[in-house]
Design a protein around this ligand. Structure first.
Ligand code: GCB
Length: 608
C-alpha cells in the first residue's frame, strides 16, 4: 500500500507543471563579463577516459583511487617515494589543449572521440577574505563534473548555456587545482539526442572565469522597454545583506531610477522612458551604459531599448513593420579545422558577412544558444536574433525529466540574454515530427517562455507540407506561436524541379506573419561549369533564384533565414567528392569563399 502511494506521489511530482521560478539556477552572475575576474583560458592538460574509470569502477562502484583524475595529488612526487601505491593517470604531465575550444579539432586522435575527457588547469588565487568566489563556465559540451582541489563543487548538463558554481570554501590562497570531467556523450534522453546534422563538438568550448564578489552582490539584473513605452527592470541581490537595500539603475546620462529590495533581495523598477531615449534598431543600434548599483557592488551593462510586437500579419519593431533579411548560422568559425572557439574576432568575421556582405538585418542562431560574445556583437552591430535551444528533430517527448531539461535550458538562455535588444524571437523547436506528445512538450516550452519573458515573440521552425493543394503547415503548435516559421527544401530534397518551385502556391493563415526559417541546397565551392547538376554553384544559385521567386508569392512573408551562411562540419555528410564530413549548404565555403548564391541573396536583400 505504502509503496503504491509513494509510486503515485512520484508520478504526480514528475508530471506536475514546472514553474518558471523553480528553474532559476542557484546563481546567475548575469553580466559576469563586465565583472573583475581571472580568465582561465589557455593551455590545460587532459586525460582521455573512454571507459569512465575516473567516475566509476566496474559494477558501478566508486572509482579506484588510482584512477580518480580529480584527486588533489602530485603524482610524480608520490611515485618518487616508491611504495605500494601507484597511479594510472597524471594530469600534471598530460598532453595540453587550448581552452576554450572543442577537442575534435585539437588532435587527429580526438576527431571522432565521443566520451569522457578530464581537463586540468592550475591557477593562483588570493584568499577570498570576506568575499565570495565563483567559477563561471560559459559552456561545456555536454556534461561537466567540476572539482576544485579534490572536492566536487558541481555538475551541469547542457552544452550551450552558462553555469556558476560557488567555490568560496574550496578555493585556497596560492595554487589551486581545477579538474573538469567533460562527457560529450549524447543519448536518447539528452538535448539534443545523438541524431543531428552538425558536429557534436566535445569540450570546454567557451571561457571559464574565476569571479570574486562582495558577500552581498547583484546576482541578476535586467532592464528593457515595454510595448507601452515604459522601462521596467529588476535587480536581485544574494547574500546576508540582500533585504532592504537601496538599489539604483542609471541609464547613461539620461536618468536614474531607485528602489529598495524586499525580504527576498529583489527590487523592481518601472519608469517612464526618459525624453531623448533613442530606440535601438539594426540601422541605428544605440546602446546605453547601464549601471546597477547597491552599497558595495556595481554591475555594468550596455543595453539597447526597442519594442517588438506582432499585429495581424506584421512584425513591428518600434511600432514599424519589419522584414527580416537574414541567414542561419552554426557556431563554427571560418577555417579548414574549426574548434568552435568563438573569439570576438571569429564571431565578428561571420556577422560582418551577414550585415555588410549580404545587406542583412537578422541572423538565426541555430540550433542552440550561441556564445554570449556573439549575441552581444549582434547588439552592437545591429543584427536581430532568433535564439533557440536544441530541441531538434526528436527528443524523448514522453519523458518529464527530458522536458525539465529543456525548460531549464530555456531559462538559462533567457536569463543570460534578456538584456540584449537584438534578441526578438525565442524558438521552441526545429523540425519536430507532429504527434500529441511532441506538441504537449513544445506547448510547455512556449508557456515557459511566456512566463520567463513575456516581452519577446515565440516561434518554432516547423515542417511544411507540399502537395497538389499547395504548401501548407499542418501543425497544432501554431496556436502557441506569435510568428510562424517553416523549413522548406523543395528543389533540393524531393522530386520538384526548380521551375516547379518558383510556382509553388502557399496556403498559410492570412492573419499571421510567416518567415522561412530555412531553405537551401548544397554546392561545393569552385565546382562550376558542369551543367545544372546538383552540388554545382550554378544549381545552388538557381535554386536560390527560384525559391526567392516562390517567396514573392507568399503575401504574409515577413522574412527569411536561408540555410546557411557557411559550410559546417557534419558527420552525416560523407560524399567523398562533394562533402567529406561537411554540410555544403553554405553560401560561403568553410574558409569564407563566396559561392554564386551569395551574390543572388545579397542582391535580393539589397533591393528589399
Ligand atoms: C534541416 C535542419 C538542418 C539541416 C538541414 C539540411 O531542415 O533543420 O539542421 O542541416 O535541414 O542540410 O538538410
Amino acid at each position: 500500500m505504502k509503496t503504491l502511494a509513494a509510486f503515485w506521489i512520484l508520478v504526480a511530482t514528475l508530471f506536475a507543471p514546472v514553474l518558471a521560478q523553480d528553474l532559476r539556477p542557484p546563481f546567475l552572475l548575469t553580466g559576469a563579463l563586465s565583472r573583475d575576474s581571472q580568465d582561465l583560458s589557455g593551455q590545460w592538460t587532459y586525460s582521455k577516459d573512454l571507459y569512465r574509470t575516473g567516475l566509476t569502477d566496474i559494477n558501478g562502484w566508486v572509482a579506484k583511487s588510482r584512477m580518480q583524475r580529480y584527486r588533489d595529488i602530485d603524482v610524480a612526487a608520490s611515485e618518487a617515494k616508491g611504495g605500494a601505491d601507484f597511479f594510472e593517470f597524471d594530469l600534471d604531465r598530460g598532453p595540453t589543449i587550448n581552452v576554450p575550444g572543442a577537442w575534435n579539432a585539437a588532435a587527429a586522435e580526438l576527431r571522432y572521440y565521443d566520451g569522457l575527457i578530464w581537463f586540468q588547469r592550475k591557477f593562483r588565487a588570493e584568499a577570498p577574505a570576506g568575499k565570495r568566489a565563483f567559477l563561471r563556465f560559459e559552456a561545456v559540451n555536454y556534461r561537466a563534473y567540476v572539482y576544485l582541489n579534490g572536492k566536487e563543487v558541481g555538475r551541469h548538463e547542457g552544452g550551450f548555456t552558462p553555469f556558476v558554481l560557488e567555490v568560496t570554501e574550496a578555493l585556497r590562497a596560492g595554487e589551486n587545482r581545477l579538474v573538469v570531467g567533460v562527457d560529450s556523450t549524447h543519448d536518447a534522453q539528452s538535448i539534443p539526442t545523438f541524431i543531428t546534422d552538425w558536429d557534436l563538438y566535445g569540450g570546454i568550448t567557451r571561457p571559464v572565469r574565476l569571479i570574486t564578489t562582495p558577500a552581498t552582490f547583484i546576482d541578476d539584473a535586467h532592464i528593457g522597454l515595454r510595448p507601452d513605452g515604459r522601462i521596467t527592470g529588476e535587480v536581485r541581490l544574494q547574500g546576508p545583506q540582500a533585504a532592504n537595500q537601496a538599489v539604483s539603475v542609471a541609464i547613461g546620462a539620461l536618468g536614474t531610477a531607485r528602489a529598495v529590495t524586499g525580504a527576498d533581495g529583489r527590487a523592481v523598477f518601472d519608469l517612464a522612458a526618459p525624453k531623448g531615449l533613442e530606440r535601438w534598431s539594426p540601422d541605428k543600434p544605440t546602446l546605453y551604459d547601464i549601471r546597477f548599483s547597491v552599497a558595495g557592488d556595481t554591475l555594468r551593462d550596455r543595453v539597447g531599448f526597442r519594442t517588438i510586437a506582432v499585429k495581424g500579419n506584421q512584425i513591428l519593431l518600434n511600432g514599424k513593420p519589419l522584414w527580416l533579411r537574414g541567414i542561419s548560422l552554426h557556431e563554427e568559425e571560418f577555417g579548414p579545422n574549426p574548434a568552435r572557439n568563438m573569439s570576438e574576432q571569429a564571431s565578428r568575421a561571420l556577422l560582418h558577412e551577414i550585415k555588410h556582405g549580404l545587406n542583412g538585418n537578422y541572423v538565426r542562431l541555430s540550433h542552440y544558444p550561441h556564445s554570449e560574445t556573439t549575441v552581444r556583437l549582434a547588439d552592437e552591430m545591429g543584427l536581430l536574433v532568433w535564439s533557440e535551444i536544441p530541441v531538434y528533430w526528436t527528443v524523448d517527448w514522453d519523458n518529464p525529466a527530458v522536458l525539465r531539461k529543456a525548460l531549464a535550458m530555456q531559462a538559462e538562455t533567457i536569463y543570460r540574454d534578456r538584456n540584449r535588444a537584438a534578441v526578438i524571437l525565442w524558438s521552441v523547436g526545429n523540425e519536430t515530427p507532429v504527434s500529441p506528445s511532441r506538441t504537449r512538450f513544445h506547448s510547455a516550452m512556449a508557456d515557459n517562455v511566456r512566463q520567463l519573458d513575456p516581452s519577446r515573440l515565440i516561434s518554432a521552425a516547423l515542417l511544411v507540407k507540399h502537395d497538389g493543394e499547395g504548401s501548407s503547415i499542418q501543425d497544432p503548435l501554431v496556436d502557441k506561436l506569435d510568428v510562424l516559421a517553416v523549413n522548406t527544401y523543395a528543389g533540393w530534397y524531393g522530386s520538384d524541379t526548380l521551375d516547379a518551385v518558383a510556382k509553388l502556391k502557399w496556403k498559410v493563415p492570412a492573419d499571421r506573419p510567416l518567415i522561412l526559417s530555412e531553405f537551401g541546397a548544397d554546392a561545393l565551392a569552385g565546382y562550376r561549369n558542369d551543367g545544372m547538376k546538383k552540388f554545382t554553384e550554378e544549381y545552388q544559385a538557381e535554386y536560390y533564384r527560384k525559391t526567392l521567386a516562390m517567396a514573392e508569392n507568399i503575401p504574409t512573408l515577413r522574412g527569411m533565414s536561408p540555410w546557411i551562411l557557411k559550410d559546417f562540419r557534419s558527420p552525416r555528410r560523407e560524399h567523398p567528392v562533394f562533402q567529406n564530413g561537411w554540410n555544403r549548404k553554405g553560401i560561403l565555403s568553410e574558409t569564407g569563399m563566396r559561392k554564386q548564391a551569395f551574390g543572388v541573396l545579397a542582391d535580393y536583400y539589397g533591393n528589399k
